[in-house]
Design a protein around this ligand. Structure first.
Ligand code: ATP
Length: 203
């Protein structure tokens, strides 16, 4: 398999902005959230198994996963959460690996918001890249981007691993505590590093 970098970071840390900068440099990006969502749209590959496990009540009238309902269920029932993940996680992994075969760039980046939380990706990654910024900046950026109240953003942040735990899992860090313009030089440096590492990996 190609040299693969896992890109992660807390909510609003700047993963999407950083992923775009790598894409502009020709790197293949696999968006794991987008793949996961695609499995549970109407006609999605995971829906037959999900319907068999949870019944028609877990889908809306079109046959797509009823996200609000499922969220409420798994929030109150850890066993249901485990059953849902037992269906989805292997399918997500397979679909992500399949998507990663498509590109021809020297290396591929998997954009994995919950890389550290899920703990199942690391063995497949050559490198973990964390986008980091102070939590107060995450808070302000997400409140601004999504128009959410502070308490709601703090609740999402509290459900993710703490900043220091994520940083401890990092091989490389993009510091996004400054201006957007500060990102490109960091991405240039890392891209150079990854191209070199990918060449060594291929040998
Ligand atoms: P999520 O986890 O919610 O998907 P993310 O990690 O992908 O978020 P982005 O969407 O890239 O984060 O960034 C969050 C918001 O903050 C966006 O509106 C983005 O434009 C803005 N932003 C990111 N970095 C900076 C920066 N250095 N200065 C100012 N605004 C920024």
């Amino acid at each position: 398999a190609r040299f693969t970098v896992g890109l992660t970071g807390g909510i609003g840390s700047g993963k999407s902005v950083v992923a775009r900068l790598f894409a502009e440099r020709g790197v293949d990006i696999v968006d794991t959230d987008q793949i996961a969502r695609g499995l549970t749209v109407a006609g999605g590959a995971a829906m037959p198994a999900v319907l068999a496990e949870f019944g028609a009540g877990c889908a809306d009238e079109h046959g797509a996963l009823d996200r609000a309902r499922m969220r409420a269920l798994v929030f109150s029932d850890p066993a249901a959460k485990a059953r849902l993940e037992a269906i989805l996680h292997p399918m997500i992994r397979d679909a992500v690996y399949a998507a990663s075969l498509l590109g021809t760039a020297p290396y591929v980046i998997f954009d994995i918001p919950l890389l550290v939380e899920s703990g199942t990706w690391q063995s497949r990654l050559q490198r973990v890249l964390v986008v980091d910024c102070p939590e107060e900046l995450q808070l302000v950026r997400v409140m601004h981007r999504n128009g959410l109240p502070e308490a709601q953003v703090r609740a999402i942040m509290a459900a993710q691993v703490p900043r220091q735990v994520r940083l401890a899992a990092a091989d490389d860090v993009v510091d996004n505590g400054g201006e957007l313009a500060a990102l490109a030089p960091q991405v240039d440096r890392l891209h150079g590093l990854y191209v070199e590492m990918a060449a060594a990996h291929a040998r």
